[in-house]
Design a protein around this ligand. Structure first.
Ligand SMILES: [Zn+2]
Ligand SMILES: [Zn+2]
Ligand SMILES: [Zn+2]
Length: 376
């Protein structure tokens, strides 16, 4: 889901207590509480513009490279202190959820059974990230990830997520959650994937232009090769007329062709560098959402091992959360369970050693193959 910059800025300001209104000319008018205006170095009342022209009069710049945008990331400062919102959950009964569990949990090499179900206070982080893709051109955008703090399941939040949230309440205690470092690592990884998804057209156009330019280089140097051959042969023919003897043009032609080939290789390498894509991802805002929701505890069995794992009903997307891949954190079904620690992985993260062919868990063996020590 793509959100525009004004939408994201408006949502973040609103969640932090501001009143924001569109003015119809592409600008936003805001009224910010003192605490927020101090943090963002904004007046308490003003207008924001998102373009580089000044059609909005003396509005404050809120473009991707503006001071305001940088200051918004500062709203994250003071580790663990987020803007907190609550969400009233109208959840289906457990019987219905149990029916959906078999569609949600798809394990390739393990079985599971339900251990217990409970209604529990859980929390999610709704993270906004800015991505910058740099190649011969630059693209910027916003991507969002919703992460369950109990089990690291990630999802793309729906369009209207923020509208469903209630006024920020004081953060409750006693909610089971992973540590922040793990949560951020997981949400970064998921955001990198959604950003790539959003950049699909850009990447395709990049590949198209790279292929087109490489083809042109091949054509150009192909012509040069032919011309070199013809010119050397002509020269040899003229020399033959004059001297009435035979001249070996082979070494000369070979030297010339080698030089052309070397230059062609350099040119192709230059193009690959020119079109290589670098994506940077930075956090812009994090909102913690607390809610009371059903949690189904499943018992995963793989060979002799068992592992208890919570699957929660996500009131924002209105269905059970998918299992997370505990390595890349993208919700990609079906999942594979590792033998040793029963980690949950997507099939892409269940690695195959290119040297000895052994399949192994990328979480248990992050540095490489446990059988032949081939590094990843
Ligand atoms: Zn994965
Ligand atoms: Zn190996
Ligand atoms: Zn493992």
């Amino acid at each position: 889901m793509n959100k525009t910059l004004p939408e994201v800025v408006s949502e973040i300001l609103t969640l932090n207590g501001a009143v924001v209104e569109e003015t119809g000319d592409g600008c936003l008018e805001f009224l910010a509480p003192r605490t927020l205006s101090d943090k963002l170095n904004l007046p308490e009342h003003g207008r924001l513009r998102f373009g580089y022209d000044d059609s909005c009069g003396n509005a404050i710049s809120a473009t991707y490279d503006s001071e305001l945008f940088k200051a918004m990331a500062g709203l994250l400062e003071g580790k663990g202190k987020f803007c907190v919102a609550s969400l009233e959950s109208f959840h289906p009964d457990t019987g219905k959820l149990l029916k959906h569990l078999n569609e949600t949990v798809a394990l390739n090499n393990a079985s599971f059974r339900v251990e217990k179900s409970e209604i529990k206070n859980i929390s999610y982080l709704l993270c906004h990230f800015k991505y910058t893709a740099i190649s011969d051109e630059k693209r910027e955008g916003i991507t969002q990830v919703l992460i369950n703090e109990l089990n690291l399941s990630t999802a793309t939040p729906p369009e209207n997520s923020l509208l469903q949230l209630q006024d920020p309440v004081r953060e409750s205690t006693g909610i089971d959650r992973h540590d922040l470092e793990t949560l951020f690592r997981a949400s970064y990884s998921a955001a990198a994937e959604t950003a790539k998804e959003q950049l699909k057209d850009f990447t395709r156009s990049l590949e198209r232009r790279l292929n087109r330019d490489i083809r042109r280089v091949h054509e150009y140097y192909g012509t040069l090769r032919k011309e070199a051959k013809i010119s050397i042969e002509k020269k040899a023919a003229r020399g033959k007329d004059r001297k009435a003897g035979k001249e070996d043009t082979g070494p000369l032609l070979k030297k010339k062709i080698n030089a052309i080939e070397t230059e062609r290789r350099w040119k192709v390498q230059d193009l690959i560098t020119k079109y290589s894509l670098n994506i940077r991802i930075e956090p812009v805002s994090v909102i913690r959402i607390e809610t009371l929701s059903p949690v189904l505890w499943i018992n995963i069995r793989r060979r002799l091992g068992t592992r208890s794992f919570p699957v929660a009903y996500n009131p924002l997307i209105k269905k059970l959360d998918e299992l997370p891949c505990e390595l890349c954190f993208n919700p990609k079904k079906p999942h594979v369970i590792c033998d040793d620690k029963l980690h949950i992985m997507c099939s892409g993260c269940f690695r195959v050693c290119p040297k000895c062919g052994k399949r192994y868990c990328g979480i248990c063996h992050g540095s490489g193959c446990p059988k032949c020590s081939h590094k990843t």
